[in-house]
Design a binder for this molecule. Structure first.
Ligand code: C2E
Ligand code: MG
Ligand code: MG
Ligand code: MG
Length: 279
């Protein structure tokens, strides 16, 4: 009898696993269709100057408008998109739409300096033609490469791949900025910082969120800012939720920040209104 119930458990377990596999195949299939059928959408979150609180740039953040499950946050599907390689097509979708939007935003606000930041994944660097294709999109929208920031993770740099290094160097040489997202949460082998063409460190929101209650977190924020200073890198802060956090970052000489306190991610039309209102 014991054996029997063991066997039953075994069967149940493998059928759960099977249904999980089937579910993830289904999700991947749906995501592939979502890219083709414009079920993806972008929201834009402002990056502001801490000195005058004006919007200097925006980060493009992907959402999936699923026909059954509704609006899905990126953390719920980006890992699947990366595992299946579908992220590559999704990233091109983002580049196309974010740069077209940036063109409209620059035109309608008369601000030609505003930049857009796009999150890129490791797989996006497998294509040697990536930069040329990107330059064509910029050209199509009459944007300069300096209007585009690429946000990458420390994990990508730790791969020490010549392909990634070569592409990043060429992106940087062509004028794009390279930002390390969620800085401080990775494996932090700091030696990569001077062998890659990094322009910006984005302090992870977890440190910003804790820095007023936790001396260690504040110490980390300070250290990242002085590291940036010593290496001539820009340092941006993400996850600013209170005026006190904004003031503290400003007093530490951080220049640019992003967070719900200033603005949440929002659709293009709302962003336009927000930018127009600040002048
Ligand atoms: P991220 O690149 O670090 O983006 C910042 C995330 O922090 C966004 O979450 C944003 O809504 C959130 N955030 C901003 N300010 C605050 C704040 O003050 N408090 C709190 N609690 N959160 C704040 P979101 O939009 O859910 O995106 C999550 C992550 O998904 C992103 O983190 C990024 O890693 C990834 N992601 C988003 N869009 C894309 C994309 O187009 N491509 C790729 N590869 N990844 C993306
Ligand atoms: Mg980011
Ligand atoms: Mg981040
Ligand atoms: Mg991130």
């Amino acid at each position: 009898l014991a054996n029997h119930s063991d066997m039953l458990e075994q069967t149940e377990k493998s059928s759960t696993e099977l249904s999980q596999v089937l579910a993830s195949v289904k999700v991947a299939k749906e995501f592939r269709l979502a890219i083709a059928n414009d079920q993806l959408l972008l929201e834009y979150q402002p990056l502001v100057s801490l000195d005058n609180r004006k919007i200097l740039g925006i980060e493009a953040l992907m959402r999936w408008q699923h026909p059954v499950h509704g609006r899905m946050a990126p953390d719920s599907f980006i890992p699947m998109a990366e595992d299946t390689g579908l992220i590559v097509d999704a990233t091109w979708w983002v580049f196309e739409h974010a740069l077209a939007a940036l063109r409209r935003i620059q035109d309608q606000t008369g601000n030609r300096e505003i930049f857009v930041s796009v999150n890129v994944s490791a797989q996006d660097f497998n294509d040697p033609a990536m930069l040329d294709r990107l330059l064509l999109i910029l050209e199509k929208h009459e944007l300069e490469a300096r209007h585009l920031h690429l946000e990458i993770t420390e994990r990508l740099l730790l791969r020490q791949s010549d392909q990634v290094r070569g592409l990043l160097n060429r992106c940087r040489q062509s004028g794009m900025s390279i930002a390390i997202d969620d800085f401080g949460t990775g494996y932090s082998a700091l030696s990569y910082l001077h062998t890659y063409p990094v322009s910006t460190l984005k302090i992870d929101k977890s440190f910003v969120g804790q820095m007023l209650d936790d001396k260690q977190a504040l110490g980390l924020v300070r250290s990242i800012l002085s590291l940036g200073d010593n290496m001539s890198l820009n340092v941006f802060a993400e996850g600013v939720e209170t005026e006190e956090q904004a003031k503290t970052l400003q007093s530490l000489d951080c220049k640019i920040a992003q967070g719900f306190y200033f603005a949440r991610p929002m659709p293009e039309n709302q962003l336009l209104t927000t930018i127009m209102e600040q002048h």
